[in-house]
Every structure is written in C-alpha cells, then in structure tokens.
Design a protein around this ligand. Structure first.
Ligand code: WTA
Length: 630
C-alpha cells in the first residue's frame, strides 16, 4: 500500500483547553464505554429515552445478521422531535435556523416559524397527493426551503431523496428513476460565485424519461425575471403553500419505516440508494450531535456541508434540530468574494461550533494566515472535520490558526451508510494529528485482515464494524444483495471499504478507500459513473479514471481515454468530452486531466486495473501484476 510509509507519523499529542474539556457533554468516557459493553440495550435505551415517542418501543434491538431492528414497535415522527418538542418546551422563540445568502440576504427562523413553514409545505405536498411511503426528490440550492422540504417530507412520512445541486441531468434522472420519485422539488437557480446557475432547466431534462414524476415544485428566487412555470406538471412553491394551513399533524411512523434514501457512488455500475430508518437514525443523529459535536443550548452551530450530502442530512438538519440547536447555514462559497468570507461570518454570527472538511481547510491554508487573523474568532469553542483524512499539516493549521491552540479538533470518521459518527476524538480526549481517533461509546470498530482477525497495532488492514448501531443503514434501496455484501465481505462484520491502521492507544488512522471510489474535495465520486459518462461521448471507445493526489482537493480525477477509430486527439475533442461529462454528471465529477491512450491495463477477466494506471501516474511500484493481461 502506497501510503504505508506515512503510517504512524504524527505522534505528537495535543490537548484542548481544560475549561472546554471540563464542560464537555460527554464526561468520563471510559465509564461510558464500559456501560455500553456491559449492556448495549440499556445504553441506547438511555439515549432514546431523551426523545419523544408516541408509542414507546417494546425492545431496543433485535439482531438477525445482517438485519437489525431498532426500537422495535416504537412510533414517532422525527419532526416531532426536531420541531414540536422544542416549540412546546421552552424553545418556541429560539432561533432554529439562520441563513445567509451569497448576496448578503439574511433569513432567520425561530423554531415556531420553522415548524409553521414545514407544516405549510407538508400540507402542500399532501394536496398534490403525496403521502406516507411516496418518494420525493429534492434538488435544490442551499436555501432554507431545502431544509424545509426535507422536514416537510418527513412530517408526512414521504421518503426524501436529496440530490446535491452540483449534479447534472443524467445523474439526477438516474436518481429520480431509481427512487421512483412522485414529486421533484427544485428552484430556478443556485448562486455560485456571483453567477446564477440554472437548476430548473436541469430538472426539465431529467424528468423527460422519468415516468414516476407527477409534479415539479419550483421555488422562484428571482422575482424580477421569474422563470416560466409549465402548468401541466410544474407548481410554484409559494403558490402551493400560500393557502395552506400552518398545522399539519405529524404522521405516526414506525421506527423501521424509511426516512430517506440517499444515493452514494458505487464501485461498479449504478449509485446505491442508502436507506435510513425513522427511529434508529434519529437516535444516532441526536446522540452524536450532542456528544461528539458537543452542541449545547447557547451554541451557534455551523456545519459547512451541503444538506444534499449525508453530512448535511445528519449534521446540518436532523442532528442539530433534534438537539434544539441554532443552525447557521449559508449558500456562500468559501473563497467568494474573497477567502475571508467564512471567518467574517464566524465573527459576525458568533459561531461557536465549526464543522468543516479537510479540503476547505487546505484551501484556506493556501491563502495564508492573514484572512482568519483579521477576524475575531474567539466565539469558537469546538472545531470538527469530516470527509477524508485530516492530514497533519491541515490539522496543525486548523488547530493553530482557527483554534488558537486551545480548541478541540474532532476528526469524525463515518459514512453515508453509518448515518452517524463512528470514530473520532471526543472533546477533551488527546488529539493526534493524522488519526481520526477511537470508536465512540456505542461503536465496536476494528482493523482486520481478510479473514476478519484483528491485526496488530501499526499494521494496515480493513476497517470494519463488528456490532450493529442504531443509525446503520437499514437497506440498499431495492437491492438486498448489495446490502448483504456490506455484511459478508469480511466474516460477519460490516465492511466500510476503507483501509486503516490502529496505534497502540487504539487510535485509528484512515488510509483511504480500498475500492474504486475517488474523494474529490470531499465528494465521493464513483469511477464507474465518470467512466460511463465519458464513454457516452460518441468519440470515446473506452475510458478509465483514477484519483490523482492533489494538495487541496485530496484527489483530482484523471481520465485515460481510448478514442474510436477516425477521431483525432486534441484540445477541441478534450473539451467536448469534458462538456459531455459536465452535462451528464455535473461539475463535481469533471476530470481535471484527460490523457488519450491506445490501450488500458486489464486483468485477464477484462477488468480495468486502475491501480496500475495510478501507480504509473505517480511513478511508484505497481505491486502484484500477475493478473495483468499481456
Ligand atoms: C471518507 C461522509 C478519513 C472515508 C461522512 C469514508 C473519512 C467516506 C473521514 C464516506 C475522516 C469520511 N477521515 N476519511 N474523518 N470521514 N471519510 O459516504 O473514505 O460521503 O468511507 O460520508 O469518506 O463518505 P460519505
């Protein structure tokens, strides 16, 4: 493994300021671990007991490998716990959501106001015939209505499937069709670096061959030049909710009912629809937001992820609202209009918890210390990171420049499939740059060999989870076999698909993906999806893509392309092919480099050996090539 030589570096240990450690929600961590080990059911029962259930669960857990049922026969609705519980218990006028647009527009919602908007849209959806179990696709910019749409679906028991606004028509169509969405909620446009990027036109294209779609709800942000609404299928967002009642009884959901489907890039072929349940997911999101991110009553909490990714689902929307927090949300890009925007927002809004990604941190490092140093960042209390390994250099910068050598940096390892944090340093625990940390109380993770045996400290292996946890995915949408694979690749463990190494203190260093997933600026891109977008161009015969290390984005996508006969390689064709990928998958999945080649390395069984392409690209030893075709 290429990364082996870097393993176990960064052994210097850091501690946050004792005052922050002493006030952390999770105290006596060893005791919590022991409580879990002694009685996992009682452990999770205590957490779930802090939330409201309209019918109490009969049992905490039933484990029938590979399927777990959590909070059996319990009934609730996650929005009751995100909204009503606060409205009725002293947080009615507390700010739930502060949104700042790229153009300085600001919108603030108290819990009462947020509940009202959610109910109006929930009633609007009902008026369009949407009910429990129906799928609704949300393809929106980062605006309050994106969050409201998710909650409105949950309110009535509809299953949302949010598609990140950076995806193109092909990717969107695929997700709409796979989920069988009845309604799509979108907006006229998203604002990015001062430019208007149309969204509705993407949806128009994406729904052409999506027979399940009955309605498209369009949020019109630009009231001066409103986009046209095609009355046959489209409905204006504000027109729809205009006459709707402000109350909407929350649908009673069984713990096991699906809450949402979120598509994540797969290694082969189509993206997988990861399904999360109403009860278990809720408990996991709540537990970790409170105990890992340490969200408290007076915090101003900012997770910089787009709600369209799992980090946004769990830690912009559900987790912090379950915990009754004040969520800050912005459409603004980190480096627009200049690299000081984020730090000015921290100062202006008094952000106390900042949860972001290594790719953003590395980008800021490049712009120098001056931008954050110009701002008063003293409101900050907790720093957190997710999405890819936080390399020691980025850790140091974050800790020193933003945390002023006082704040905890919690590096949270988890996945779309896990729904919640699994491995991290907790507030107050010693931090080791380069290491995410240890499994949190309630999680049993390990590093193992192919047979599932623990490997000794310092040896790389596969990262697995040995026991079920509440917010584990409850399935892969309409693909039981794929779900089973997760739990049957290595013994009976859940296989995360990441390689890791543990040190003698039990800290996990995440080395990278063991499959064909490329993490580009924190976004998971499946090689298969990009390759199929490339080959959809008429001049392309075959294509293979790899992740090439990049100092800021962690990886960029490099494509190797074989042209069909009669096509001449050149800049013009390159741009055409890139355009094709952009239209198909969107800007997130665009290769940064294309190289035209005559052949691709393949196994005898015809599988492209991307590992070899990568080794060649990076000038390193390709390792075992015995399966290589001549
Ligand atoms: C990677 C995002 C190292 C990992 C929440 C994982 C990380 C994949 C970390 C899941 C971290 C996430 N350190 N690697 N702290 N967090 N990853 O599904 O490869 O978008 O398997 O979920 O991101 O990405 P996903």
């Amino acid at each position: 493994m290429v990364e082996e030589h870097t393993v176990m570096t960064g052994t210097r240990t850091y501690l946050p300021d004792p005052s922050i450690r002493d006030q952390a929600t999770m105290q006596e961590i060893e005791t919590r671990h022991r409580e879990f080990r002694d009685d996992p059911g009682a452990f999770w029962d205590r957490v779930a007991g802090e939330l409201e259930w309209s019918r109490p669960y009969a049992k905490v857990r039933e484990w029938n490998h590979p399927h777990a049922r959590w909070f059996i026969d319990g009934r609730t609705n996650i929005t009751r716990n995100c909204l009503d519980r606060h409205v009725n218990n002293g947080r009615r006028n507390k700010v739930a959501l502060i949104w700042k647009g790229e153009d300085d527009e600001e919108r603030v919602f108290t819990y009462r106001q947020l509940a009202r908007e959610v109910c109006r849209l929930a009633n609007g959806l009902k008026s369009l015939g949407v009910g429990k179990g129906d799928r609704v696709c949300i393809y929106m910019p980062v605006v309050p209505e994106q969050v409201i749409s998710m909650l409105a679906c949950a309110r009535i028991g509809a299953i949302h499937t949010v598609v990140f606004g950076g995806f193109g028509a092909g990717a969107l169509n695929h997700r709409i069709v796979s989920a069988g969405a009845k309604v799509v909620i979108t907006a006229d446009m998203t604002l990015r670096r001062g430019k208007r990027i149309p969204l509705k036109s993407v949806v128009e294209e994406a729904v052409v061959e999506a027979p399940s779609v009955e309605h498209v709800i369009v949020l019109r942000r630009d009231l001066e030049q409103p986009v046209e609404i095609h009355a046959e299928i489209e409905v204006d967002y504000y027109g729809l909710i205009g006459g709707m009642a402000r109350d909407c009884t929350a649908e009673e959901m069984d713990s096991a009912d699906p809450l949402f489907i979120l598509f994540t890039s797969g290694t082969t072929g189509a993206p997988k629809g990861i399904v999360h349940s109403c009860g278990g997911y809720m408990v996991g999101a709540y537990y970790t937001t409170k105990n890992v991110l340490d969200l408290k009553e007076n915090d101003v909490y900012w997770c910089t992820a787009d709600p369209g990714w799992i980090t946004g689902h769990t830690y912009v929307v559900y987790g912090p609202l379950l915990a009754g927090g004040t969520v800050f949300l912005t459409e603004a890009t980190p480096d627009f209009p200049d690299p000081g925007g984020w730090w000015r927002m921290v100062q202006e809004f008094g952000v106390t918890i900042l949860y972001t990604a290594p790719t953003a941190i590395r980008m800021f490092m490049r712009f120098g210390d001056d931008w954050p140093n110009r701002c008063d960042l003293s409101s900050l209390r907790v720093l957190a990171s997710v999405g890819e390994p936080l390399n020691p250099e980025a850790f140091e910068w974050f800790y020193r420049l933003i945390g002023k050598e006082k704040l905890p940096v919690v590096d949270t390892w988890w996945q779309t499939e896990t729904g919640m944090h699994m491995i991290t340093t907790l507030v107050g625990e010693p931090m080791k740059p380069g290491f995410a940390g240890k499994p949190i109380p309630g999680v049993v993770a390990d590093v193992v060999d192919k047979a599932g045996n623990s490997v000794p400290p310092g040896t790389a292996g596969a990262l697995v989870i040995r026991e079920p946890w509440p917010s584990m995915m409850c399935g892969v949408y309409q693909n039981e076999e794929r779900y089973r694979q997760y739990w049957s690749t290595i013994g009976t463990c859940y296989t995360a698909g990441d390689m890791a190494v543990k040190d003698k203190d039990g800290y996990f260093m995440i080395i990278g993906r063991s499959d064909d997933l490329i993490i580009v600026a924190g976004h998971n891109i499946g090689t298969a999806e990009v390759e199929s977008a490339l080959t959809s161009h008429k001049a392309v015969a075959e294509a293979a893509v790899i992740g090439k290390p990049d100092p800021v984005k962690a990886n960029i996508i490099k494509a190797f392309v074989i042209l069909r006969q009669g096509n001449v390689p050149g800049e013009k064709l390159k741009n055409e092919i890139l355009h094709q990928v952009r239209m198909n998958l969107g800007p997130v999945a665009m290769p940064s480099e294309i190289e035209f080649v005559d052949s691709l390395p393949k196994t005898r069984s015809g599988k492209i050996m991307r590992r070899l392409l990568k080794a060649k690209e990076m000038g390193i030893d390709p390792g075992d090539i015995s399966t290589l075709e001549d």
